[in-house]
Design a protein around this ligand. Structure first.
Ligand code: KG4
Ligand code: ZN
Length: 352
């Protein structure tokens, strides 16, 4: 058995986990900072970094204790070093480097977005690869062709806002607070998803890229009237609010599902997987699951515990880097941008 300690501090969750053999979650400890950022309506980088410093030691201790694993029993330490808020990432990277040196354990660097793409495999008895992975988070909305955990190619990405960002902004327009995704989902439950026809931005008919800035503006105009940004909310009844949330959510989900199916068709794979914070949205999970079932495709959504930011996905993907000898040195640095995934070309696709 190979046990990896994962450390994640890329944004506003301080997290540590122990995962065995890339799939078996022994512990998954997360300290969320929602309360610290809520009054600012978004994540404040300096506050996030400071909270990581204060909390990370005890979160790591808790993750080891919950997994009944001593430092000596670990095989390696995996840490998110990109992408994210650099000040926040640096806290995790510095902690991981220090522990790697102090405990004499190998260090592994993990890309946060690739870990979201891998997260649906945690706990599965058989590997889902090759697969199309839809990663929908607060900072990214991308479709990948995942050949295996370490070979991932970019099929399409958002040209403006990420899906999670659109959820957060719409929540703010509707006065639903922060973080927005769960609040929009909850409000949408009592709404009619067909009463307002928000735009479905598909870009070119065969494009695998996304654009969510138009729908955000459409919601803003629907609430306040064209050209205005305030003064409309008080006209809306709770039912109006629910209908807007449901209409917005339905439009975003329709685009995500259509493009995922297009990516599956283009690559010729028979499996789709879903990860990232927005993957916690039950309506999205059900819509993609139903669409895949209709096309006789396998579908795996990341278990709820691994959708929003967590360290189990870092330890799980870190295992694959470790067994392939892909280790980091003590000069490891933090980066705000993701590792470049090669853009896929038609020649490299498997035949359908
Ligand atoms: O993956 P994640 O935790 O952090 C990033 O890597 O960005 O994703 C956070 C995003 C936020 O935008 C949040 O509003 C969204 O995921 N989110 C949701 C739900 N839960 C979290 N969006 C829609 N429905 C949800 N239930
Ligand atoms: Zn994330």
């Amino acid at each position: 058995m190979t046990r990896i300690l994962g450390i994640e501090t890329s944004c506003d969750e301080t997290a540590a986990a122990v995962v065995a053999d890339g799939i078996d979650d022994r512990s998954n400890v997360i300290a969320s900072q929602f309360d610290l950022h809520a009054k600012y309506g978004g994540v404040v980088p300096e506050i996030a970094a400071r909270a990581h410093i204060e909390r990370l030691d005890s979160i790591i201790e808790e993750a080891l204790a919950a997994a009944k694993c001593s430092p000596a029993e670990l095989d390696a330490i995996a840490v998110t070093n990109r992408p994210g808020l650099v000040g926040a990432l640096l806290i995790g990277v510095t902690a991981a480097k220090t522990l790697s040196w102090a405990w004499g354990k190998p260090l592994v660097a993990v890309d946060h977005i690739r870990a979201h793409a891998y997260s649906p495999a945690i706990g599965l008895a058989t590997v889902p690869w090759p697969a199309v992975a839809l990663v929908v988070s607060g900072g990214h909305t991308s479709l990948y062709f995942v050949r295996d955990p370490l070979t991932i190619e970019l099929l399409g990405a958002t040209t403006d806002d990420a899906a999670g960002e659109a959820f957060d902004k719409v929540a703010s327009i509707l006065g639903l607070g922060f973080p927005g995704g769960p609040a929009v989902e909850k409000t949408a439950r009592t709404g009619n998803p067909t009463s307002i026809d928000f735009p479905r931005t598909m870009l070119a008919h065969d494009s695998l890229d996304f654009s969510f800035s138009g729908i955000k503006t459409a919601v803003l105009y629907h609430v306040h009237g064209p050209g205005r940004t305030t003064g409309g909310l008080e006209r809306l009844s709770p039912q109006n609010l629910a209908d807007i949330a449901a209409g917005f959510q339905a439009a975003v989900i329709e685009v995500l599902v259509r493009k995922t199916l297009l990516a599956v068709k283009r690559t010729g794979v028979r499996t789709a997987v879903l990860g990232g914070g927005v993957a916690a949205n039950r309506t999205l999970r059900e819509a993609l699951s139903t669409a895949c079932l209709q096309k006789q495709l396998s579908f795996h959504a990341a278990p709820m515990a691994y959708c929003t930011d967590n360290a189990a996905m870092i330890a799980a993907l870190g295992y694959h880097h470790f067994v392939h000898g892909d280790l980091a040195g003590l000069d490891l640095d933090a980066h705000c941008v993701p590792e470049r995934a090669s853009a896929i070309s038609n020649q490299t696709l498997p035949s359908a």
